[in-house]
Design a protein around this ligand. Structure first.
Ligand SMILES: NC(=O)c1ccc[n+]([C@@H]2O[C@H](COP(=O)([O-])OP(=O)(O)OC[C@H]3O[C@@H](n4cnc5c(N)ncnc54)[C@H](O)[C@@H]3O)[C@@H](O)[C@H]2O)c1
Length: 250
């Protein structure tokens, strides 16, 4: 695969890029010639090895819930990309599920720390690199859980609704500096997280309630992320774009 000369200097950071939707996003950008940092709690080296032109990309172990770990990521990114970051995709996320009266304080805190605070910390650490250049794209993975109630998802729904609120404020504050900030909200996607949350009867019921009649595929989510990260999407900011086969429309 040849590298598009116009894009070969674009730097993309994908948190949670070692698996699932994040890996699909990393693949999407790598296929188009961008350089990708796969930032994940897990070792992202095997994921990087599977990307086109693996020598152009980099795996960084990071816990987005740990501010010093994110600061270290920002330092690597500044060095690796010569201070240039064009796209940040916040995909790192967890789903710790229990009925509201049974959910532990630890499950609540960890969910909010990773899904919400982690996304904000990454935006705050890497956003200034975009603001200084007057150009950038941030895409935050929210979920259909940001707009509807899902059984056993109280912490997850709260965290994802808050990600959308955060997205709107960053979009408003950063629009004049050429940086767009959007959220993407898929229905169930066939990944490790999706399988764990929706195995068995709840998954069958959810699938039956989706008008399109199936779950989303990672490549469908990555294509939407890719659009929001493109030059064509310069006028789209502060939005939460749902990709759910019509689930929240009916
Ligand atoms: N799969 C679905 O059904 C679904 C639906 C809607 C939204 N989402 C969201 O999409 C995003 C990606 O989920 P996925 O389905 O690809 O899940 P996944 O479990 O396949 O991938 C999540 C990745 O995040 C990483 N991660 C977890 N905690 C981290 C931390 N503290 N710091 C850094 N990395 C961390 C994991 O190691 C993993 O590689 C998540 O934000 C999730 O909430 C998923």
């Amino acid at each position: 695969m040849t590298v598009d000369a116009a894009r070969e200097r674009r730097g993309v950071v994908v948190t949670g890029g070692a698996s699932g939707i994040g890996f699909e996003c990393a693949t999407h950008f790598a296929e188009r010639g961008d350089r990708v940092v796969v930032a994940d709690l897990a070792d992202g080296s095997p994921a990087v090895a599977r990307l086109p032109h693996p020598e152009r990309h980099r795996a960084v172990v990071v816990d987005v819930a740990d501010r010093s770990s994110v600061a270290a990521l920002a330092a690597v990114v500044r060095e690796e990309f010569d201070g240039r970051v064009d796209v940040v995709v916040n995909c790192a996320g967890i789903a710790l599920l229990a009925p509201a009266r049974e959910l532990s304080a630890e499950q609540w805190d960890r969910t909010l720390s990773v899904n919400l605070t982690g996304s904000f910390t990454v935006c705050q650490a890497l956003g200034p690199l975009m603001l200084d250049r007057g150009s950038g794209r941030i895409v935050n993975l929210a979920s259909q859980a940001s707009v509807v109630a899902l059984d056993r998802h109280v912490a997850y729904c709260a965290s994802k609704a808050a990600v959308v609120g955060m997205t709107r404020v960053l979009a408003a504050e950063w629009a004049a500096h050429g940086v767009t900030v959007n959220a993407v909200s898929p229905t169930v996607v066939d990944t490790e997280l999706g399988r764990q949350a929706w195995e068995g009867e709840p998954g069958e019921q959810m699938r039956a309630a989706i008008p399109v009649g199936r779950f989303a595929e990672t490549r469908e989510v990555a294509a939407l992320v890719g659009y929001l990260a493109s030059d064509d999407a310069a006028m789209v900011t502060g939005q939460n774009i749902v990709i759910d086969g019509g689930y929240t429309a009916v």
